[in-house]
Design a protein around this ligand. Sequence first.
Ligand SMILES: NC(=O)c1ccc[n+]([C@@H]2O[C@H](COP(=O)([O-])OP(=O)(O)OC[C@H]3O[C@@H](n4cnc5c(N)ncnc54)[C@H](OP(=O)(O)O)[C@@H]3O)[C@@H](O)[C@H]2O)c1
Length: 305
Amino acid sequence: MATDHGQLTTDKGHSFSMKVAITGAAGLFGHGLVSAFAARHDVVPLTRAEADITNQDAVRGVLEKIRPDVVVHPAGSPDLDFCEANPAAGYAMNVHGTRFIVEAARELGAAVAYISTDAVFDGQKQTPYVESDPPHPTTVYGRTKWRAEQAVANLPHHWIFRVSVLFGPGKTNFVEKVLRKVAAREEPVVAADQMGSATYTLDAGQKIMEVVEGRRYGLYHLSNSGPCSRLELARHAAELAGLDASRVIGKPAEEMGRRARRLKYAVMEMRALKEAGFELPRSWQDALAHYVRSLALSAPTLMGA
Ligand SMILES: NC(=O)c1ccc[n+]([C@@H]2O[C@H](COP(=O)([O-])OP(=O)(O)OC[C@H]3O[C@@H](n4cnc5c(N)ncnc54)[C@H](OP(=O)(O)O)[C@@H]3O)[C@@H](O)[C@H]2O)c1
């Protein structure tokens, strides 16, 4: 339970707040995670300037100084095409970087909350993926994230959160790029045949904090509720912004000339969250409406009318 001071109280009435180091703090999800955890905990945001995660000494040095209770770790490359073209760099950031964090956390007795992805699956299923489905990544990016998950899973106290199609404040993202193009009377082309789960960074940050505070360790699928295609997400955002949604053009993903193969079906069911008794995040439509309203305040030129 939260007190007036934003701290938590245990069932015995004692308050506690954790020391939480958050990697990738300048990134898209890093922003959402820092803003969620900072409301109740002692947060140390880590950017590349504080520690290059591919440098083991730098990672150990910075975490030894902070001595966190928990390291929340979204840092790495989320770029499928970059990883496909540069597998060594993708492995260095996503796999080795994560291993260095895991090793430092083990030495310090800290828990790790790792941010993973639906790209650990192969997209062949016709029904939503659950946490017990075996991963079978089909891209370099997916393989790096799966290897990183395995490293994290060796720690006694860990969480793995698989998220998908992030949008939120702090850094340009898929939704904002589409809105900028439509507002400029361009015709953005997006995949019409990529079905997945969209994730608002502020909602996911809040849910991760709840799970971490509850010490419910394990593997979780986490997104906003309800499946959507990239095209639905983009057009709905344009409508919410009062723009002409028909300017968003849908195409099959494989005609878009991308290096890494995209998954046609990557919808995730949040079974573990449900089974642990957590309320599921709101629908992607409600989350998107919240985000587009906030964009209207910060970047009114993106809006129609
Ligand atoms: N974006 C999505 O739609 C999506 C979907 C599913 C899963 N995910 C996962 O979510 C996580 C966060 O994604 P995101 O979209 O927030 O990515 P992002 O905006 O690119 O943020 C990643 C952050 O990691 C930092 N970083 C990269 N290499 C580093 C290094 N060697 N040392 C220290 N910091 C480093 C980057 O620092 P710089 O700012 O200095 O480059 C960046 O701030 C990723 O693990 C990704 O796999 C993302």
